[in-house]
Design a protein around this ligand. Structure first.
Ligand code: ZN
Length: 343
C-alpha cells in the first residue's frame, strides 16, 4: 500500500498572504497536506483569518487539517493556554499530593464545553478537511519504568469531578493507587471528550475526517506511560476516528523501536478499519546522518503506513525548537516526501 498523504504542521494563523507564500514552499517540498496548529490565542484573536487561510491552502491544492494545538495543555504543544489563564478550577489534580496541576481536566464539563466550542466553531466557520487530535494526555504523563524518563508513582486526575464520577460508577472512593479500576476509568473517561466532539463535528460536516494521534509508547508489560490513550485498541475502535496515528519518536532511538511502533500502529489501524499514520521528527533534533531519514521513510512505506506527517514547517527555523540545520532538515524531508509519493 503506497503512502498517499504527506503532511507538515504549521504555526501562525496570522496573515493570509504570508501563509500563501509558505504554502507554496510546502508544495515545493512535496507536502500534500498542511496541519494548522490553531492556538487558543489564534482562535480568540485571529479568527477572521482562519477560514481565509484554509481557503488559500485549498486554492493551492493542499488538504487542511486543524489541530487545536496544546489546548488546555491537554494536547501536546508549547503554546500557552487561555483556558488555564481564565479558569482557576477544572485543573487536573495529583493523586499523591492533591495539588492542582498545570493542565485542564478534560473530564470536567467546563473543559469539555470549551474544547467542543473551539472545534465546532472551526468546523462551522471553515472548510477544513478535518481535525487532528494531537497527543491528548493526562498530566504527569510518564509513569513507572518509562523509557523516556520521568519515572514516578504519581498520576492524574483525582480532581473532585473525576473522584465523584469514579464513586458513582464503582461505588467506592477513587483510590490513590493506580489500580485496574482506575486504569479502566481513566481510559474510558479520556475517550469521552474526543468521541463526543468528533461525533458532533461529523454531524455538522459529515465529510470532515478525524485523525487521532497518540503517544508512540511501547506499553508493554514492563513499560507503560499511562497517559490515558495508551490502550491503542480502545482508541482505534472509536467509530468517529478515520486515521490512527502515533507520534514522533527521537532519531536517537534504535531502529528496532521504529519497527516495533510502526508495525503495531499499522496492525491496530487495520484491525479497526482505519488508515495508519507515522511521523518524522522535523524540529529540535536531527539524525547525525541525514540518510537515516530516507531509511525511516522506507521503513514506514514497507510496513504499509498510509500517511506521513512531519513536525514542523522549516524544521522549526527561528524557534527555540529549531533543529541545528533546520532548513537542510526541511529540504531532506521534502525530498523524501516527493520520492515516496512517486512510488
Ligand atoms: Zn479530573
Amino acid at each position: 500500500m503506497a503512502i498517499k498523504q504527506t503532511a507538515i504542521s504549521y504555526y501562525g494563523m496570522n496573515y493570509v498572504e504570508h501563509a500563501e507564500c509558505d504554502f507554496k514552499e510546502m508544495i515545493e517540498h512535496g507536502c500534500t497536506t498542511v496541519i494548522l496548529a490553531v492556538t487558543e490565542f489564534d482562535f480568540n484573536f485571529w479568527r477572521p483569518n482562519i477560514p481565509k487561510i484554509v481557503d488559500t491552502a485549498h486554492k493551492l491544492g493542499l488538504r487542511v487539517l486543524l489541530d487545536p494545538w496544546g489546548i488546555g495543555k491537554y494536547f501536546g504543544g508549547e503554546q500557552v493556554s487561555l483556558f488555564l489563564q481564565n479558569n482557576t478550577e477544572n485543573r487536573q489534580v495529583s493523586a499523591m499530593t492533591g495539588e492542582k496541576l498545570l493542565g485542564a481536566c478534560f473530564n470536567t464539563p467546563a473543559f469539555r464545553d470549551y474544547f467542543e466550542n473551539f472545534c465546532l466553531t472551526l468546523a462551522r466557520e471553515t472548510d477544513a478537511d478535518g481535525f487532528f487530535w494531537d497527543e491528548p494526555h493526562y498530566a504527569l504523563p510518564k509513569s513507572y519504568a518509562s523509557i523516556t524518563g520521568g519515572a514516578g508513582e504519581d498520576w492524574a486526575c483525582r480532581c473532585p469531578i473525576c473522584m465523584r464520577r469514579f464513586q458513582d460508577y464503582y461505588g467506592y472512593e477513587m483510590p490513590r493507587l493506580m489500580t485496574d479500576d482506575v486504569k479502566q476509568f481513566r481510559w474510558r473517561e479520556a475517550m469521552v471528550i474526543l468521541e463526543e466532539t468528533s461525533r458532533k463535528i461529523k454531524e455538522i460536516k459529515p465529510k470532515m475526517e478525524i485523525t487521532c494521534c497518540v503517544h508512540a509508547t511501547l506499553n508493554t508489560y514492563y513499560v507503560c506511560e499511562h497517559r490515558g490513550y495508551d490502550n491503542w485498541d480502545m482508541v482505534a475502535a472509536c467509530p468517529y476516528f478515520d486515521v490512527f496515528s502515533t507520534t514522533i519518536i527521537s532519531w536517537e532511538l534504535p531502529q528496532a523501536f521504529f519497527e516495533n511502533i510502526t508495525r503495531r500502529t499499522v496492525e491496530v489501524a487495520k484491525k479497526h478499519g482505519k488508515l495508519s499514520e507515522r511521523w518524522l521528527m522535523g524540529y529540535y533534533k536531527q539524525p547525525t546522518d541525514f540518510a537515516m531519514i530516507d531509511r525511516v521513510v522506507d521503513l514506514y512505506d514497507a510496513a504499509g503506513v498510509d500517511r506521513l506527517g512531519t513536525w514542523t514547517y522549516r524544521g522549526g527555523y527561528g524557534t527555540v525548537l529549531a533543529a541545528p540545520d533546520a532548513l537542510k532538515l526541511w529540504d531532506r524531508i521534502g525530498e523524501n516526501y516527493k520520492r515516496v509519493l512517486k512510488k
